[in-house]
Design a protein around this ligand. Sequence first.
Ligand SMILES: [Mg+2]
Length: 310
Amino acid sequence: MNEFELIARLTQDLPAHPSVKLGPGDDCALIDVGWPDRWLLFKTDAVVEGVHFTGETEPEKVGRKALGRCLSDIAAMAGTPTVALVTLGLPRDHDSHIIERIYNGIKSMALQHQVAIAGGETTTNPGGILISISLIGFASKTQCPLRSGGQPGDALFVTGELGGSLQGKHLDFIPRLEEARWLVSNFAVHAMMDISDGLAGDLRHILKASKTGAELLSEAIPISVEARRAATRPGTTKTPLNAALSDGEDFELLFSVSSHDAVRLLDAWKARFPGLRLSCIGKLTSEPGLRMRSRKSVEALAFDGYTHFA
Ligand SMILES: [Mg+2]
């Protein structure tokens, strides 16, 4: 059973509460706590030694990444983060100096985004260091894009450059909070999420929730320098494009707007965020499935980021 099948099984018949407007299946849960104009956003995420970092990783960066992943999901709903709880699972023989440095990383990320750390829990974990963070925030009820809001014909956009994150920015990414809030205050964003598992794989969640397909333009996919560099290593079969489509941990925004807004958005973006690339990478379609258009052909694209010739 893969991760998605397991999640589908676990989330059947979950206990409900009338305040929960959106449960599993988007970047954050949406809760109505009685504010007239705002949703409460609620998110949890964990990083684990041996999976997301190793003993060699700079501890401060591990802490920054642990909170940064949650912040990126708040950004995906164009939200503002407010309060976090931090749970640490530690091996019995842990080095307290390293744990302190990890915690300093969490604190510096929290300070940078005006997030309070309001508590947490420490427990023993024989398997290695585990950092689990729960984060709340808020978003405007009228400007909170879900994965389900995409419409056929929408232009699809992605921020930044994709692929090769494990060779580069996965420990240094900047959650796109400011950009996301700017987007929703200036444009009708239909669907939005952050990219954590690779563009092609994550796009599937928007397509499923929005009941659309998509066509990507191979030449428009913004490929990172790291992805290009990785492809030149001996023995690598992954092309830079494959890497941009399938590598995880980009933490960029993937979103759709009406195609009528596309040019105005690109111009306004360039003026507002001159240092961050924004790319129109294709469109949502009424025809289901994911396709890649190149100069020569249109091919079915698998969610692992590879074209499979039929
Ligand atoms: Mg996400």
